[in-house]
Design a protein around this ligand. Structure first.
Ligand code: SF4
Ligand code: FES
Length: 255
């Protein structure tokens, strides 16, 4: 395949970026999207040009780092697929492919296609954990019964890989799908219920402080999420948030 790549190049977070055009040839349908970018970078290095910076780690759909906006869609055209699992057979000979970083105020561009998603880490740190003592006397997991439906739902929420596609897809750059998945994975389990009130208040407060927008029920996040996280999680978070706010005045949210 012969392709034209239109790629966002930006030196650092303070510089003004721009699209640059790169023709590329010899791309096979079985190559992954990232392998295609590897080939481009080899060519650029051989020509003494700066390679395109992009994030990747596992290349197995697990780590959530390979976040690219491809032809206007987070992770490209295939549903339930991360950029690293996207294959070039999804494109045709002669195509022009536009590749950009995820766009959101809370995800500033570090360089080229790499954005800073530490805002997600701070939301997690605000309450995305269970404070149990795991030193020494850990009880057997099966000692606490959990019904099958809740266990499955919790597992589905825990499938979120923190990629940020939901934010990139949303016209409001809302992080509610991500935050609600991280809250849901605990709120459905007995171990997570103990800290549920402070978890939802603190994580939502942090999400707002990071500058993410609000949800207006468009549903673009659910469509673009590579892990099938559903809007049900947002509804659950909103219910929990309302209940927690009635228990604990907002001005007094726990830290
Ligand atoms: S909810 Fe989906 S799109 Fe959003 S961060 Fe998690 S895996 Fe990525
Ligand atoms: S590189 Fe880890 S999910 Fe794509």
């Amino acid at each position: 395949m012969k392709l034209t790549l239109k790629i966002w190049r930006q030196k650092n977070k303070d510089s003004k970026g721009e699209f640059k055009v790169y023709p590329i040839d010899g791309i096979e349908g079985d190559m992954s999207f990232l392998e295609m970018l590897d080939i481009l970078n080899e060519q650029l290095i051989n020509n003494n040009e700066e390679p395109v910076h992009f994030d990747h780690d596992c290349r197995e759909g697990i780590c959530g780092t390979c976040s690219l906006q491809i032809n206007g869609q987070p992770h490209g055209p295939d549903r339930l697929t991360t950029t690293c699992h996207l294959h070039m057979r999804s494109f045709s000979d002669g195509d022009t492919i536009v590749i950009e970083p995820f766009r959101a105020t809370a995800f500033p561009v570090i360089r080229d296609l790499v954005v800073d998603r530490s805002s997600f880490e701070r939301i997690q740190q605000a309450g995305g954990y269970v404070s149990v003592n795991t030193s020494g006397n850990t009880i057997d997991a099966n000692a606490i019964p959990v019904n099958k439906h809740d266990a499955d739902e919790s597992f589905n929420s825990a499938a979120c890989i923190g990629c940020g596609a939901c934010v990139a897809a949303c016209k409001n750059a809302s992080a509610m799908l991500f935050t609600s998945a991280k809250i849901s994975q605990y709120s459905l389990l007995p171990q997570g219920k103990i800290e549920a009130t402070e978890r939802v208040l603190n994580m939502v407060r942090q999400m707002d402080e990071e500058g993410f927008g609000n949800c207006t029920n468009t549903g673009a996040c659910e469509i673009e999420c590579p892990k099938g996280i559903t809007l049900v999680n947002i509804a659950r978070m909103n219910r929990e948030y309302t209940a927690a706010s009635l228990k604990k005045p907002l001005s007094n949210s726990w830290s």
